[in-house]
Design a protein around this ligand. Structure first.
Ligand SMILES: [Fe+2]
Ligand SMILES: [Fe+2]
Length: 412
């Protein structure tokens, strides 16, 4: 931003950042964050590098919190609160991010170009606006900056470490330059900078199609094992090891929510907000499994990944996947989880007991999300069956194909 508060002119009542410019800027930040979180949800299953995938999940959730903070402010100063920026070059940037040639290119464009530019625009805005009259914006911006800067500190070293394994470093570098050029063509995130010519896409650009396979990096060697019977709960130690190994595979649930979020981009914002949290909760459950296994001398990268579950779910439309997850997997887990809390308490295993109790708290929210959104989702897709009838039909598929462990795949 070029506008800077000037103490002399401010004393004379000069305008620093006028309210119309303010809302145009906030709208651009909201738009860019919103595009990024949707693109990351679309890509998340296809991101192989484990630590990057976890960060992508976190960015989706934290990005949703920032979109929501800007939304809460924007709805006070513009109507409707969600508006497509009146700037074709900037909208083009948002639309292009998803067409990255590979995961390295994707994350370089987002974390090394888009987010640093957003941080710069927010930092300028923070000091350019009226500190008292526009305090609600300043408050949102200060908190966004805190998270975005912390994110850069976590993610940039990860990107540098993963770079050595990039299959196409030339294509990834060309893509990063392209995203920078698109940003330059829109005058930066603020739109106030000089505007370069709109660039032509590099040859590496690949039109994005949502993945139907979940990617894992080379450290995972056990990808498609069948579900084995778990040791009986009476065999406490053996069962507990398996219990937390299963937690370590909950990335599959996060990836399913990502498919739902991306596949239902035209649902109301509040749905995406809940999905973003749901998605990152599942990443956290996966990481909880990792933490437990490592504390117990086990290597979570050796856990079976059951990638056929993702492939199987992707045969069904997003609303059906959401219904199977919330009304199938999540609703039915509670009696077992409560038994596990009791068993861990009885054995004096405080860590396991606490982990499962936090999981129960999250899962209670996920079932609430399911009950809240299924009626709206069915209306959204023009489904004529009642919620109960639709759920019963979906659960029949879930019972016969998933719970039985057969997971048949339709021939395509
Ligand atoms: Fe979970
Ligand atoms: Fe869940």
């Amino acid at each position: 931003m070029v506008l800077r508060p000037d103490s002399t002119s401010s004393a004379q009542g000069a305008i620093t950042l006028p309210i119309d410019a303010n809302r145009r800027l906030l709208n651009r930040y909201r738009f860019l964050e919103h595009e990024i979180l949707q693109v990351l949800a679309g890509w998340m299953p296809a991101v192989g590098h484990f630590e990057t995938k976890c960060e992508v999940g976190r960015t989706i959730w934290e990005g949703a919190l920032r979109v929501n903070a800007f939304y809460l402010r924007l709805r006070e100063i513009q109507s409707p609160a969600f508006q497509r920026p009146d700037d074709g070059a900037f909208v083009r940037l948002g639309g292009e991010l998803r067409h990255a040639p590979n995961e390295q290119a994707l994350v370089r464009g987002i974390y090394r170009v888009a987010f640093p530019a957003l941080i710069k625009a927010l930092a300028d805005h923070e000091t350019a606006t009226f500190p008292n009259s526009d305090l609600p914006s300043v408050y949102a911006i200060k908190h966004a900056l805190l998270d975005l800067r912390a994110q850069q500190e976590r993610v940039l070293p990860l990107l540098a470490a993963a770079e050595a394994e990039c299959a196409d470093p030339t294509g990834a570098a060309a893509w990063e330059r392209y995203i920078q050029a698109l940003l330059d063509a829109s005058g930066g995130v603020s739109g106030a900078g000089p505007r370069a010519a709109v660039p032509t896409p590099p040859p590496a650009r690949r039109a994005f199609t949502p993945p139907r396979e979940a990617a894992r990096d080379a450290r995972f060697t056990n990808r498609g094992a069948d579900f084995a019977a778990m040791p009986p709960e009476e065999d406490h130690r053996a069962h507990t090891i398996e219990e937390f190994e299963r937690y370590s595979t909950e990335m599959l649930a996060a990836e399913t929510v990502a498919v739902v979020l991306y596949g239902l981009r035209d649902m109301p914002w509040e749905f995406h907000f809940d999905c973003a949290r749901h998605l990152y909760d599942e990443v956290r459950h996966c990481l909880m499994g990792y933490e437990w296994m490592r504390r117990n001398g086990l290597d979570p990268f050796q856990s079976p990944q059951y990638l056929q579950v993702f492939r199987w779910r992707c045969q069904f439309p997003p609303v059906m996947q959401y219904c199977m997850l919330t009304m199938g997997n999540e609703v039915h887990a509670f009696p077992y989880r409560h038994r596990r809390v009791e068993a861990h308490e009885k054995s004096g295993d405080r860590l396991s007991e606490q982990f499962v109790r936090y999981d129960i708290a999250d899962e209670t929210q996920h079932v609430r999300f399911g009950h809240r959104w299924l009626p709206e989702l069915l209306r959204h897709i023009g489904e004529n069956r009642s919620v109960d009838a639709y759920t019963a039909d979906v659960l029949q598929v879930w019972e016969s194909q998933y719970r039985s462990g057969k997971l048949p795949l339709s021939v395509e």
